[in-house]
Design a protein. Structure first.
Length: 219
């Protein structure tokens, strides 16, 4: 299980490039690799540093949790960074995540609308707080029911820290392999967090056309 206390990021592939042009760089981040550098000197290896080594102008627009795998887009120009950054802020992007949840989710689809705030004494954990929390909305759809787990697609409307992990816990079905929010059984069910950013849709900053990038789920 990947934790910062035992940070050992995967070395292969060093950088999984899905697409690159003059403005954008689309990458597939492996589970266990930080999106940006951590504070500790041992946490400098990350997707951002690897991207900059190959593409010196690359800048990070959004992040995935260390344990989450999947698609991240970076900008290669200031204009592209501002353009795509505004799309994230204004919720113009579309994201699809795939997860395997502990237990059997009964509803075929639904929404989880629960405000989130940092659980400060236990940071980086987040928690539901109806008085002080920021709005967090997730739509979900069941893809497959297994014997003791459920594969779902998450369609987050907002992008709060740990949103999908806390929302899954809130409906009683933590994501398998989640070291922060899972129970003993769900933690032990996988050596990694079974959450993958499968698809990202945004408008290309140079021509304004909608582009969709996908990457296969590896669990």
């Amino acid at each position: 299980m990947h934790t910062l206390a035992h940070y050992c990021p995967p070395c292969e592939p060093q950088l999984d490039v899905l697409y690159v042009d003059e403005a954008v760089l689309v990458l597939n981040k492996p589970s266990g690799l930080l999106s940006v550098p951590g504070k500790h000197p041992d946490h400098k290896d990350c997707l951002q540093s690897r991207a900059v080594a190959a593409y010196p102008s690359a800048t990070t627009i959004h992040r995935l949790d260390m344990e989450t795998s999947g698609i991240i887009v970076m900008a290669l120009t200031r204009e592209a960074h501002a353009h795509i950054g505004k799309q994230f802020e204004r919720r113009k992007t579309k994201k699809i995540y795939i997860a395997r949840l502990y237990g059997i989710v009964e509803a075929d689809k639904g929404e989880i609308n629960l405000p989130l705030i940092c659980d400060w004494p236990n940071r980086p954990k987040q928690m539901v707080d109806h008085e002080r929390g920021k709005q967090a909305l997730t739509h979900y759809e069941v893809l497959e029911r297994e014997k003791a787990a459920t594969r779902v697609a998450f369609y987050p409307v907002t992008g709060r820290s740990h949103q999908l992990r806390v929302h899954a816990l809130a409906i009683g079905h933590p994501i398998l392999g989640d070291s922060l929010y899972g129970c003993n059984v769900s933690r032990a069910a996988s050596t990694r967090l079974q959450l993958h950013a499968k698809s990202l849709t945004f408008f290309h900053p140079e021509n304004g056309k909608e582009v969709i990038f996908e990457t296969p789920v590896d669990f």
